[in-house]
Design a protein. Sequence first.
Length: 367
Amino acid sequence: MKKDFNINYPMIHQGTEKTEVVFFQKESELFANIGNAENKHIYVTDSNIALLLEVKKFLDEQKAKNQVVVILPAGEENKTLDSVLTIVKAALEADFNRNSVFTGIGGGVITDMTAFASSIFKRGAKLELIPTSLLAMVDAACGGKTGCDFESYKNMIGSFYPAGKLYICSEFVQSLPESEYFSGLAEAVKTAMLYDDEMFEDFETKADLVRARNPELLDKIIEKCVRAKAKIVEEDLTEKGLRMQLNLGHTFAHALETVAGLGAISHGEAVAWGCGRAVELSQNLGLASETYKNRVFAMLKNYGYSTEALHPVLNGKIPENQVKETLLFAMKKDKKNSSSTVRFVLQSDIKKTVIQEVSDSEVAKVL
């Protein structure tokens, strides 16, 4: 256990004013330190994570204690309101109350849905999260956003509801499939672009260690990302101002995910593409230099992310002459927009970020 700290927020519901962040290096150490409370618990995971040795052992122990375990089908396509209600129904059938604890063990899909279920169960139950993917550790599980997809639109239904405890164990990252690892890595790259030039340089100069999942370097990256996001959400939990910066690349990314079909491309891969589009748009608008754009593009390409205007995932999905129009339509449906003009997070350089509305004609130039 190391480097623990608290994230403090304005209180939304009783018990949501603080997230206790606890770090572990070993899965066995993590599970030895939780699951011993007398409160009723519901543990939510997916069909992939439930097979991991330490997770399976822990869940079997909790079942023996008559705690509730819900195993949902894995995948973005199952991030639905029906899945959220499955969690709620299990809690109702077990006669849970507001002091009962919802614990999500999994990637961003599971942590988002478990948190949403906790937020709506009797108007708010206790919540703990154990992210098992890099993406969930550095982004999804931290900061209080909850939700599920709806009618092909990503995270369209949800709430702000911070976890009381967030347990982060970097050992989970070592067993991730390559695609999931690089999906999470993209969110870490985004964080470096926004807040940490030293971390950005690490991504540039220590690519071999990053690809090899060097434990010491990963611990450093994960903690930096969590602390950077914590600082932002403490000031702006409900995304009225400063927190909007965290959406760098996401307006493009969510549109790509919607048009490609949810689950056709990983969220992180879409975010990496979106960061490239945002930087190119920034250059076109006179904010960023060509040097900065080229630096970002070189780093993204070095990790295998697409920097092309037409992402390969769309090849054959829709006619090429309809791509720009279709992506723009999806962007305007995004929950982050408050008017008919799309709002973007743009940059002039690392750590130099602005948010502004951009005309359709300018956006179309980078699609």
